[in-house]
Design a protein around this ligand. Structure first.
Ligand SMILES: [Zn+2]
Length: 177
């Protein structure tokens, strides 16, 4: 059983910065995105985002969201996987060994945006190591798409907590109306 996994929740939080209903995007502007990243301790207080970094962050998020949807559907999305791999390369993740022989992951780049991406990459790697990554899904209910951690024993959940009860007895995902 997956235990508490902060790394999984960081990935979910990133995916859930975009919501279909109500239509909101916590990363909509550079300023909003920088504020969100600072709140997640991914960006230093005095750092911001350039326009191209902001665009790259949105591409990173979309590739994560696409893969979470693929997890829900139980299908492979090679294009999304390739886009995520490419986006994560900005983190320039390297393995470090300290004098006490403790091993860690860090960004080889000094740019603050590389630190952001490295933070997301480490969260995904830890989530995968903990076994939660394939259980990170997006809700299949119409107009929802909220990212959630599937904690069902068989890892077959399709819906977020808000929709699980209502959709369980329905054949489709259309919902009322
Ligand atoms: Zn939902």
């Amino acid at each position: 059983m997956p235990g508490p996994d902060p790394s999984a929740y960081l990935v979910l939080s990133l995916a859930n910065t975009a919501r279909a209903e109500p239509d909101t995007d916590l990363l909509q502007t550079r300023e909003q995105a920088a504020a969100w990243l600072r709140a997640q301790a991914l960006l230093p207080a005095d750092a911001g985002l350039t326009g191209s970094e902001h665009a790259a962050l949105l591409r990173l998020r979309e590739s994560v969201r696409d893969l979470l949807a693929a997890h829900t559907d139980g299908r492979q999305d090679a294009a999304a996987a390739a886009r995520l791999t490419r986006a994560l390369a900005d983190g320039r993740l390297v393995l470090t060994v300290d004098p006490g022989s403790a091993v860690g992951l860090a960004s080889a780049a000094r740019a603050s945006y590389s630190g952001v991406v490295a933070g997301v990459a480490v969260a995904i790697a830890r989530s995968a190591a903990a076994g939660t990554w394939p259980r990170l899904k997006s809700c299949a209910a119409a107009d929802c798409g909220q990212a959630f951690l599937d904690e069902s024993a068989a890892a077959t959940a399709l819906y977020c907590g808000a929709h699980a009860a209502g959709e369980a007895g329905e054949a489709g995902t259309g919902g009322p109306g």
